[in-house]
Design a binder for this molecule. Structure first.
Ligand code: ATP
Ligand code: MG
Length: 201
């Protein structure tokens, strides 16, 4: 008999998701998914490529949430606390790019960020790893899409990975399970309204 119900193996698996496109919402959608995952008891690591000069509200929210989740888990098991919801900024903000203009220090930081990201994905210690703004690092030719694809192909089966940033590389789009393109209808910035606390940072 034909049965359209997915098998348990097909029902639970790690996904590769990409939030791309010119409209606002790529990082905020990833943060929303991260919150959802954390609420399901999953361990979430968010690595922010190229960011570092601004202080984002999510850093403080994550620290507070992590402390609460650790206290919860410790109370139940009595075991040593493990990290549950962590955001790390692995850059220094604005990056000057274009051939010889790209500062070698920024390239070094992206390489270090990628080494940390690859290790985190492959370790299986995290249920969801968000690679925030990684598409820009790839677009600026600071990171090879093949290297990223190679790690994604051999990630532990249950690990979810989200990549954000405009102009996602076609190789990664091909590899991903779910790709969402944010379309800009309009943005406050076009009317000269600057970034707003709590909405943009
Ligand atoms: P957000 O972090 O708000 O979800 P994003 O991740 O989609 O934005 P990025 O390319 O990472 O977008 O750019 C981050 C910053 O640029 C944010 O302050 C965001 O509001 C702003 N921004 C995003 N899209 C636009 C746009 N179409 N026009 C002007 N500013 C934008
Ligand atoms: Mg973003």
């Amino acid at each position: 008999m034909l049965d359209s119900t997915p098998t348990p193996k097909a029902a639970r698996r790690g996904l590769i998701l990409i939030n791309t496109g010119p409209g606002k919402g790529k990082t905020t959608a990833a943060l929303g998914t991260a919150l959802r995952a954390a609420g399901n008891g999953m361990r979430v690591l968010i690595l922010q490529f190229l960011k570092g000069s601004w202080h984002y509200g999510e850093l403080d929210a994550a620290a507070t949430l992590n402390t609460a989740l650790e206290a919860d888990a410790g109370g139940e098991t009595g075991s040593a606390p493990t990290q549950h919801f962590v955001i790390r900024q692995l850059g220094r903000g604005f990056v000057k790019v274009g051939g010889a203009q790209t500062d070698p220090e920024d390239i070094r930081m992206v390489e270090a960020a990628w080494a940390e990201a690859a290790a985190a994905i492959l370790s299986g210690d995290w249920d969801l790893v968000v690679l925030d703004e990684i598409n820009y690092a790839i677009g600026y030719k600071m990171l090879s899409p093949e290297a990223v694809a190679e790690v994604l192909r051999r990630k532990p089966e249950m690990v979810h990975v989200i990549l954000t940033g405009r102009n996602a590389h076609p190789l990664l789009v091909e590899l991903a399970d779910t790709v969402t393109e944010m379309r800009e209808v309009k943005h406050a910035y076009q009317r000269g309204i600057l970034a707003q606390r709590g909405i943009e940072f």
